[in-house]
Write a protein that binds this ligand. Structure first.
Ligand SMILES: [Cu+2]
Length: 102
């Protein structure tokens, strides 16, 4: 019987989680974290900005481009093709990171 009391909050947690994100990159202190991640083709990366400054996520070869993300905004992109995807923040071009898709 105890299980019933546990199951409801657990289901609520699952429903609240973004089911589409296979990997998450946080943006904090003008850095992407982790800076380099490897995922599988078909997976989705979600970036979330935790800085008070706006940041963007812009592929250097044009594969994806976010709008300016304010604090706590997020951006997701699904990577269908294997490859190495370098990206920068277009507002602070010294911010660089890479997604590797296998
Ligand atoms: Cu930035």
């Amino acid at each position: 019987m105890k299980f019933r009391f546990l199951a409801l909050p657990l289901l609520a947690l699952l429903a609240a989680a973004p089911a589409f994100a296979d990997a998450t990159v946080t943006i904090k202190n003008f850095d992407y974290s982790p800076m380099d991640i490897t995922i599988k083709a078909g997976e989705t990366v979600t970036w979330k900005n935790l800085d008070g400054e706006p940041h963007t996520v812009v592929s250097t070869d044009g594969a994806f481009r976010s709008k300016a993300l304010d604090e706590n905004d997020s951006f997701s992109f699904k990577f269908d093709k294997p490859g190495t995807y370098k990206y920068i923040c277009s507002i602070h071009p010294q911010m660089k990171a890479t997604i590797t898709v296998k």
